[in-house]
Structure formats: C-alpha cells, structure tokens
Design a protein around this ligand. Sequence first.
Ligand code: TXA
Ligand code: MG
Length: 347
Amino acid sequence: MSTYVTAVLRTDEPPLMHEAVLEAVRLLKEGEVVALPTETVYGLAANALDANAVAKIFEAKERPTFDPLIVHLPNKTQLDLVADVPPEIAQTVKQLTERFWPGPLTLLLPKKSIVPDIVTAGLPTVAVRVSSNAVFKRIISALDKPLAAPSANRFGSISPTSASAVLAELDTRIHLIIDAGASLYGLESTIIKIEPGSPKPLITIVRPGPLTPEDLKVYGKVKVATRTVVDEATEAPGQLASHYAPRTPLRLLSRPSDFIPEEGKRYALMSYRGEEKDGYLHLCEWEEVMMLSPGNGKLPEAAVRFFHILRRLDELGVDEIIAEPLHEHGMGIAMMDKLRRASVRRP
Ligand code: TXA
Ligand code: MG
C-alpha cells in the first residue's frame, strides 16, 4: 500500500474553509481520495465516475470489492444521471427526495451504465444520497461530479464522527482529511429499498439510521429488514454480521442479571444514561463508565456520542466492553443493530 503524509485541514474560519475546499477539489479532480465530513459520519470520497479513483477507496480502507459504495450527488436533480427510477415508484421517490434530501436518506435504485461496476460491486442497483453538510456541499458543488464515499474507517471498524477519528483510522493511507467538527447525527444514513405495493408502496429499511420507521411511514408501508448472513448478498452486502467492531471484545446485555464478572478481568461499561435504577452501575468495579446520554436517555443525543464513546472505550485496553441495551425505537433501532454486529467476534 502507498503511504502519504496525511494533512488535516480545518474549516472553522472563512479563509481556512476556502483553502480546504480548493485543496479537496484539486485532489478529487486528480483522481485522489479525500476524507470529507458529512452530516452522518465522515466519508472517504472519490469521483464516482472514475473507476481508478474509486479503486483507491477500497485500497485505503482494505475493503473487499464485493461491498458496494454509496454515491453522493451534488444535488437531487442529478439523480437521473446515475439511476433509472422505475415509473411504478417514481412518485414515492419524488416525495422522499423532496422531503429528506439533502439529508441522511440513501435510496437503492437501478443503476445507469455510467456508474462503474466497482462502485456497485457488480450489482444492478446503486445506493444514492445527497449530503446536507455545508462543507461537503461546497466541495461537491465545486467539483460538480457524483462522489462515491463509504465511511472513512478501515473495513469492519468503527465509523468516524470526527477528523481525529478518521486520522486514527487512515493516517498515512490518504493525502487529506477535511475537518468540519463532530458529525451532526453520528450514525450512518438510513438505507431503503422501495417496491410498488397497494394500497401503499413498500419501504424496506435495509440499514437503520437517523431516519426512523416513524419518519418514513407517511410514504409507504415500512419494514425493517432483519438480515442474516445469507441474504446479505442481496440486501446490503456490506452489512456483515460482524461489523462496527472495536478491537476489544464487546458484549451487549439484555438485563443486568446477564453479567457475572470474572475474577481478575477488567471491564468498561457503555451505559445508556448512567442511571442507578437501570441496575448496571454496580455490577462490578468498572474500569471506566461512559454514558451515551447522561441523565435523560435521549436517543438522538446517544447517537451523536455513540461511535465516539465506542472508540474511547476501545482505547482503554480492557478485557471486555459491556454495553447496556438501549430503547429499541427511533434511533435506538440503529444503535442496537450496531451493538449486535459489534458483539459478533470476527474469526
Ligand atoms: O451516512 C452514510 O451513509 C455514510 C456517509 C459517508 O455518506 N456512508 C456509509 O457508507 O455509511 P458505507 O460504505 O460505510 O456503507 C454503505 C452501505 C454498505 O453496507 C453497502 O453494502 C450498502 O451501503 N450498499 C451500497 N450500495 C448498495 C447496493 N447497490 N445494494 C445494497 N447495498 C448497498
Ligand atoms: Mg461503513
């Protein structure tokens, strides 16, 4: 693998922003990859129409080429460039994109031939979204090309929600990281598939995320796909059973009585709201307790902190991370999905 001196450019003052945008656009035009902020998590972007540039994403992430990428558009009017929207679902696609784009919604649609096969891992469909992040928007508008961008982490690892997290994942593997502070949502976009149906179209959530079944139900009958390893090949091939995994083993509990500490082992707790009454705080002498939503148990707040806290707990070098269960509604659906995947050990 090639090695680089990885630069991190800030965007929190106008002259810095200007320079950062110019440099990102320059590299992207040259067919390089650049880590960019989005409103969900940081992404590792390359020109989606340039197969050689896209190949560098797979190399930097050590991502297997059977795992397709999301294509980000400069604006919703460019959807027709990359996707063929079937007439039977055109109305629903229009409603959803008008309501949620730019934003954390990704649609699976039949792909047009302009999209290189490496982007979609040979699948006949392409995953598309439009990001609402202000810095991302400036860069993609200046480039005026669709950008393929998976989360900017090494394959199977924890998604980055800050520039420093990207650096921890990809230092020396890429030229540039654009820093725009912490990600707004902290969870990857909700991915959906739309099928015609009567009386309502069928919306299948292939990957749960910031937009919840509640948000989508006005537009169709919503189903959350429960994926097994077997049907991953047809649904979201990248959603492997073992994913989002810290290096430290992680165990998700259903209730406090499920945990009996072993003598001499060091444990850290990922607590939902740090409440005594939930029954987890005194299960053992925790090496560290980190709370997702201190006090209140608010799911959107927990989401913003989720990957950051998982990364911090992983850095402690304890024997095991113990996770409390979260309410499984709203954004809790996505976090519980990720905790289940994180708790599956890689072979
Ligand atoms: O919020 C997000 O979606 C972030 C930001 C950077 O946009 N991106 C992201 O990308 O999470 P990534 O590559 O980490 O996850 C994309 C997921 C993978 O699980 C992949 O398998 C699935 O989308 N996917 C992409 N194209 C697909 C397709 N044509 N059919 C089924 N699943 C697809
Ligand atoms: Mg990812």
